[in-house]
Write a protein of this length. Structure first.
Length: 313
């Protein structure tokens, strides 16, 4: 019942009756049999016993459930021969399914994790310009903690720039269980692999469309890609390892230098390394000062001459 219906029914129980006009906002009371016309006065509605009304509604609910179960059985029987006739090519189509809407995508990931028992492998590119919804973050934390509590493990890859962000630090300080995180200068677009059965990849730039992938060959490819990146990455959590600074050039500046010589713009560099454009330009200016460059073109030349990109960091 709606709140208005509850109030009217409570009034009828207290006073023994109500007028028909009282049910104007709650016609369900009559429909459900909670109120009925008085035998001696049709303009007065009297309440049915709550216990009797409850039993009546439960019987009706049970009947609906039984009807739905019979309908399910009929559907299974009807579709069984169709499933047997389905071609292997058509079956492969179901291995890729589009999921539309951020809420639906989050729900699909949560459903996959709720059935999983082994591991979740994730690549999470950091985008400073994206607004993070606290409620979405809270729900994701609860979902991931429940996954860890079942004895599963989480492995996550980020760009180096997230190592000191409050968002990432708070996340790993709150999670308990078998969870590790590592970082690289650059990572691929978002990827979530659950056990060895399903993966999620973005299908639009704003992440409002995703592909749910269940094709075994694609899953194996994603896992192999993740493993290769994982072994190249620098540990961040639970124990952080820091890359050294060589000849006054920081690891972040070396990553920027590599993209500069490839001809990328400041905006491209910032997006790929997970920082805002202003921060990228500050690092470019420091790199230019360290190498003694007075122009963008000269900076590219000096980077090549310095040999900093030939060093391992």
């Amino acid at each position: 019942m709606c709140p208005a219906g509850v109030r009217v029914y409570q009034q009828a129980l207290r006073e023994g009756h109500v007028t028909p006009s009282a049910t104007g906002m709650a016609p369900c009371l009559v429909d459900f049999g909670l109120l009925h016309p008085a035998l001696d006065d049709p303009d007065r509605l009297e309440p049915a016993s709550p216990m009797a009304a409850l039993h009546s509604l439960l019987r009706a609910s049970g009947q609906r459930i039984a009807d739905e179960r019979r309908r399910e059985e009929k559907l299974v029987v009807a579709f069984a021969p169709l499933i047997r006739e389905e071609s292997s090519e058509a079956a492969d189509v179901t291995a890729l399914m589009a999921v539309t809407g951020k809420e639906q995508i989050s729900r699909a990931i949560a459903d996959a994790l709720s059935d999983a028992t082994e591991h979740a492998l994730t690549i999470q590119p950091y985008r400073p310009h994206l607004t993070r919804d606290p409620e979405v973050h809270k729900a994701a934390m609860k979902r991931d903690q429940a996954f860890l509590d079942r004895g599963a493990r989480i492995r996550a890859l980020y760009q180096h720039t997230v190592r000191h962000t409050p968002y990432t630090r708070d996340r790993y300080e709150q999670l308990t269980g078998d969870v590790e995180a590592r970082t690289l200068d650059e990572v691929t677009d978002r990827l979530i692999i659950v056990d060895r059965t399903v993966a999620f990849i973005p299908a639009s730039a704003d992440r409002s469309l995703a592909l749910e992938v269940r094709h075994p060959a694609l899953i194996a490819y994603f896992i192999n890609t993740f493993d290769r990146l994982w072994h190249l990455a620098t540990p961040m959590y639970p124990e952080a390892v820091h890359q050294p600074t060589l000849n006054g050039i920081t690891p972040r500046q070396r990553a920027i230098a590599a993209l500069l010589v490839e001809g990328h713009t400041d905006t491209d560099i910032a997006d790929r390394l997970g920082m805002n454009v202003r921060t990228a330009r500050v690092h470019i200016a420091k790199l230019a000062a360290t190498l003694g460059s007075e122009s963008r073109a000269q900076l590219g030349y000096l980077i090549g001459q310095s040999g900093i990109l030939d060093r391992e960091g």
